[in-house]
Design a binder for this molecule. Structure first.
Ligand code: FAD
Ligand code: SF4
Length: 291
């Protein structure tokens, strides 16, 4: 097991891409999150999974308990707004009757799943039923209204016309169905971030069984950390079944150097915010779990 102060604990890290052409068509990056859940469903490792599906308004995520390949695929792509995934955790075991639940979510949601497993207050059925967690890297997130302002006011695109959004190379990128590409410098988007993200000390979903994001790998590929015994079992079987192409992370550019740099920047900056809030008398109870 490797233990890194910024990248967390992991068994191995690779650069990877799904081999499923249909999944790749709509994937945000290498289609890892979707392919893993589809594979786990088809192999009986999970009997359903919580994903960030389509909400009522364009690009507004809504947690969904997906129990078919089709429903898992419908949730593809990154929606840069809050999807309260964990609100469905108890319901997945109760109303949906799942015994083996998958969860996809950002770093804070991986933390919430683990908390629910450790202290299952009002979540009695949950601890033994979480069968696979896939965490996403996450630098920041936006309330829906703010996302609307960024896309419609700053990037001058209608949300309904957007095909994909991404944050990379210091900009917020908006790609429309008709081929327009608009960018907004991140300097202009910072003020719209949800304030909770400014005290978040995880960039790479330390607590997922597997965690993934784009940073570190070439375009169209993903960086993948296999973190737990369970994650390793599922990943090894899926690779052996031909679900993914993989490359050693050391063989790709920009590799772990960039990922470490960004993780360190996030953690250092947010530790400062925590300190400022403590000094200001706000969030006195907030502790830095990594200190
Ligand atoms: P796909 O096959 O496209 O599937 C995407 C999965 O993401 C789906 O299962 C869906 O349920 C889930 N999802 C989509 N939106 C949300 C949401 N709002 N909340 C919870 N789950 C969601 N990667 C980086 O490398 N650096 C970053 O700074 C970074 N920031 C991110 C910020 C946010 C708010 C989110 C949601 C993701 C971020 N990512 C970041 C992860 C990256 O954008 C991709 O989600 C990840 O690489 C998975 O891509 P994929 O092709 O494997 O998944
Ligand atoms: Fe959650 Fe942290 Fe991402 Fe904000 S930055 S959405 S708190 S994981």
């Amino acid at each position: 097991m490797i233990s890194d102060p910024y990248l967390g604990k992991y068994i191995t890290c690779v650069s990877a891409r799904s081999t499923d052409k249909e999944i790749l068509k709509k994937a945000q990056d290498g289609g890892i999150a979707t392919t893993l859940m589809v594979y786990a469903l088809e192999e009986g490792i999970i009997d359903g999974t919580i994903v960030a599906g389509e909400g009522d308004r364009p690009w507004e995520p809504k947690p969904v308990v997906a129990m078919s390949r089709e429903d898992i695929l419908k949730a593809q792509g990154t929606k840069y707004s809050i999807s309260p995934q964990i609100s469905w955790l108890k319901e997945a075991t109760r109303s949906f009757g799942l015994d083996k639940v998958g969860v996809t979510g950002v770093c804070c949601q991986m933390q919430a799943v683990r908390k629910a497993q450790l202290y299952p207050i009002n979540m009695r059925d949950v601890p033994g039923k979480v069968a696979l967690t896939v965490g996403l890297f996450c630098m920041e997130n936006f309330p829906y209204k703010s996302l609307q302002t960024i896309v419609e006011d700053h990037a001058a695109q209608s949300l309904g016309s957007v095909k994909k959004m991404e944050i990379t190379k210091g900009k917020f990128w908006v790609h429309t169905e008709r081929g327009n590409v608009a960018t907004v410098p991140l300097k202009a988007t910072h003020k719209y971030e949800q304030p909770g993200c400014h005290v978040c000390l995880d960039y790479v979903s330390n607590l997922g069984d597997i965690s993934t994001g784009s940073v570190g790998s070439p375009e169209g590929w993903s960086t993948v950390f296999i973190r737990t015994k369970k994650g390793n079992e599922v990943w090894s079987k899926a690779v052996a079944a031909g679900m993914f192409e993989t490359k050693p992370i050391e063989d790709v550019k920009p590799g772990l150097e960039l990922l470490t740099k960004l993780a360190k920047e996030k953690i250092d900056k947010n530790r400062k915010t925590l300190e400022e809030r403590r000094n200001f008398g706000v969030n006195k109870a907030l502790r830095d779990p990594y200190a």
